[in-house]
Ligand binder design. Structure first.
Ligand code: LRH
Ligand code: MN
Ligand code: MN
Length: 383
């Protein structure tokens, strides 16, 4: 089984997956939960230590704000990981009730732009190259504001941020079709995100969060189209049954994850040179967080491994011959191959545990942090 395509493949983990989280109804607390960004990074480093797959941690600002960014960076590097994408936060400030980068008042828009300029500074101090923007702006009622005017304001605000990017920095622009507003969002879909990226320039790319589409959306089609345009910057991986559920990637629909990874392989985007950032955006409300994160990165790796097994030349022949069932069978043969043993062998050959979840449980880490850390925080909100 040739899995060489996995070489260099990585998954970025989110700092907020390690904090307490819940729904709007209840936040469950867990023993040993991190009390600050340093402890979140320490937990994330465990995921990398046991899987060899997760060398970067995304931060959310101001959830993960610290006094000394160089010190946080050094802390991460000492633990064998790096700071990944810096996420701006435009959804927890009273001033943003009617929007942020799209707000009708230029004073509020300016405040939102300045938040991003601060994020760019943090990126310089932490060595991060990716500014990730999820725009929570939108409308609840028809007529509430001008749909068109808001797009114009958004374009102007983004331009101000883009023009301040350093040579090695880029924007990752996320979309979401609903929530927190329900009549429309100002970046509801990949087309809107892509249009803004195209207007900005080549250092603006789209983030595809797998939980941000209407049910039934063909996500792999979007992946293919963005890759064709050279504008797929990143994924926010998670699973959903209903809305933006943020469950473990590959848990709800592993076949969808495989289909996504098939388009990634077809576009060569699993290779690090593609600069597609494969990130997780999840919350572990009721399950153990560290094993949940370990399982997640392994699920992504497994889906990629299966996609790498697709016999591309046989598939091309079947497609050219119009062999509908034959082509489908070639794809399904890869999906149905059990790669778990091969992946465990591969880990072992690299000095990693065959079963990272079991190794975590045996390590005593959870018990040690439960004793050391008292009074952990809710994901984001309490940090
Ligand atoms: C919005 C979102 C976005 C945020 C994260 C916490 O639903 O997916 O990526 O930054 O959740
Ligand atoms: Mn997201
Ligand atoms: Mn989301």
């Amino acid at each position: 089984m040739n899995l060489d395509g996995l070489d260099g493949f990585t998954v970025e983990v989110p700092s907020w997956a390690y904090g307490n989280s819940g729904t709007r109804f209840k936040v469950f607390t867990s023993p040993g939960v991190p009390r600050n960004p340093y402890e979140k990074i320490a937990d994330a480093a465990q995921v990398h230590r046991l899987t060899g797959l997760a060398p970067r941690v995304s931060l959310h600002i101001p959830w993960d704000a610290v006094d000394d960014w160089a010190d946080l960076r050094a802390h991460a590097e000492k633990l064998g990981v790096r700071i990944g994408a810096i996420n701006s936060n435009l959804f927890q400030d009273d001033d943003y009730r009617l929007g942020s980068l799209c707000h009708p008042d230029p004073v509020v828009r300016d405040k939102a732009v300045r938040h991003h300029l601060r994020c760019l500074e943090i990126m310089r101090e932490t060595g991060s190259t990716d500014l990730k923007i999820w725009l929570p702006d939108g409308l609840n009622y028809p007529g509430q504001d001008s749909l068109r005017g808001r797009q114009d304001r958004l374009g102007e605000s983004l331009r101000r941020v883009y023009d301040e990017l350093g040579a090695d920095q880029r924007i990752l622009l996320e979309y979401k079709f609903f929530e927190p507003y329900f009549y429309t969002m100002d970046i509801p879909d990949w087309g809107t995100s892509l249009l803004h990226c195209l207007a900005l320039g080549e250092r603006a790319t789209v983030v595809l969060d797998t939980g941000h589409h209407a049910p039934g959306t063909n996500i792999e089609f979007i992946v293919m189209q963005l890759l064709r345009q050279g504008r797929l910057g990143a994924f926010d991986f998670n699973s959903r049954f209903y809305a933006d559920d943020d469950l473990i990637v590959g848990a709800a629909d592993p076949f969808q994850l495989f289909r996504i990874m098939s388009e990634i392989v077809a576009g060569g985007a699993h290779r690090p040179e593609s600069r597609v950032n494969f990130m997780l955006d999840q919350c572990h409300n009721i399950e153990e967080k560290l094993p949940g994160q370990i399982r997640s990165v392994l699920n992504v790796e497994q889906a990629l491994a299966k996609a790498l097994l697709i016999d591309q030349s046989a598939l091309a022949t079947a497609q050219r011959d119009g062999d509908v069932l034959g082509a489908n069978e070639i794809l399904m043969a890869a999906y149905e191959t059990d790669v778990r043993g091969a992946l465990a062998d591969r880990r072992e050959a690299r000095g990693l545990p065959r079963d990272p979840v079991a190794a975590f449980k045996a390590s005593g880490y959870a018990a040690a942090v439960a004793t050391d850390r008292v009074g952990g925080t809710q994901a984001g909100w309490g940090a």
